[in-house]
Design a protein around this ligand. Structure first.
Ligand SMILES: C[S@@+](CC[C@H](N)C(=O)[O-])C[C@H]1O[C@@H](n2cnc3c(N)ncnc32)[C@H](O)[C@@H]1O
Length: 328
């Protein structure tokens, strides 16, 4: 059952559903991800919404949220001091997503421990302390969750960008995916980069001193093709069989293609058991009707790993399946 407002519930206590945060702000935000999220949640234009926050009790997998508040609760409070003390008593890190009562919320946030939102270098080992999320529904009602799906405050991470080295900005989504996994290729790792051109991902991998087999039907940027460890093959990536490549440490794929095509190719790699770490973009715009698309996305989740909408993804999602652990 969907509720139209949690105010109809007791004002203090755990909610049975989850809060889904739409990608409604930032460089990559447009209505596409929000519309997909509404469709996934079965929400009409106005129901169950507080600004960018949607509430739903669905048990279906949801892919298009920037952040999911996994255990939301309501807390009725009298004073700013008491609500800040209550949040601090649960954990250190809290990030607000606000749509009303900004001034009161700023006073609450000023009584919580500071959290740095500065741009990060890459690679950057993300601390494993969880980041909670909160908002005010009215002057005396806090909605919050200590556990969230994204390890980044509000699902957002900014990087110290390199404006000169990479030939495209696509590297930012790879940086985000790898920081989120808390693991990235080591020196000498054998990596396949499918759909590599112009070369932002290959540039990232070569800077990590990996050996990169870059495959694309279009050429790599010259400065990337010349980097140590990079070899380029002009080819249709999907007609390369896993046995043609042999064992690899990582498979990266950013090919523009229908999700089903990617899925079939990945299935072959998993069946061949020649790779354990995957980062693949699932391009979605115009790919399918939305219903068929969510069936395909669900099939990806049956392969293990997770399908998520990164802050740096636009009309696409990312499938991550990484077996290596941060200390390996
Ligand atoms: C989004 S771009 C990749 C950007 C790249 N990851 C980067 O960091 O610069 C998608 C690429 O997929 C390539 N592509 C499309 N179909 C392909 C196929 N069947 N096999 C190999 N590459 C393909 C395109 O030529 C294009 O260069």
């Amino acid at each position: 059952m969907l509720i139209t407002s949690p105010i109809t519930l007791a004002k203090t206590g755990l909610l049975p559903g989850r809060v889904y945060e739409a990608a409604s702000t930032g460089v990559y935000a447009d209505k596409y991800a929000e519309t997909c999220l509404r469709v996934e949640l079965g929400l009409a234009d106005s129901g169950n919404t507080w600004g960018p926050l949607f509430y739903s009790e669905t048990r279906e997998p949801v892919f298009w949220a920037r952040n999911i508040w996994l255990s939301p609760f309501l807390l009725e409070f009298d004073s700013i001091g008491s609500v800040a003390t209550a949040l601090r008593g649960i954990q250190r890190n809290w990030h607000p997503t606000l749509f009303t009562h900004w001034r009161r919320a700023a006073l609450i946030q000023s009584r919580l421990p500071p959290m740095s939102l500065k741009p990060r270098p890459f690679p950057w080992l993300l601390p494993d302390a969880s980041v909670g999320a909160w908002t005010l529904l009215d002057e005396h009602t806090l909605l919050a969750s200590a556990n969230c799906s994204s390890p980044f405050p509000g699902g957002v991470i900014q990087f110290e960008e390199d404006k000169n080295g990479p030939p495209s900005r696509a590297y930012l989504k790879l940086w985000e995916a790898l920081v989120r996994c808390r693991v990235w290729p080591h020196t000498g790792d054998r990596c396949l980069d499918a759909g590599a051109s112009p070369g932002g991902w290959t540039w990232t991998l070569a800077r990590l001193k990996a050996n990169v087999i870059a495959v694309d039907r279009a050429p790599l940027a010259e400065q990337v093709a010349r980097m140590p460890g990079v070899s380029f093959t002009r080819h249709d990536a999907f007609s390369l069989q896993p046995e043609d490549i042999g064992p690899i440490d990582w498979l990266f794929c950013d090919v523009i293609c229908y999700p089903d095509r990617l899925y079939e190719w990945i299935e072959k790699w998993l069946a061949a058991d020649l790779c354990q770490n995957f980062v693949c973009t699932i391009k979605t715009q115009g790919a399918n009707t939305r219903r068929n698309l969510s069936d395909t996305l669900r099939r990806f989740t049956t392969l293990g790993g997770q399908v998520i909408h990164l802050y740096h993804n636009k009309h696409e999602l990312t499938w991550l399946k990484v077996s290596r652990r941060p200390d390996e």
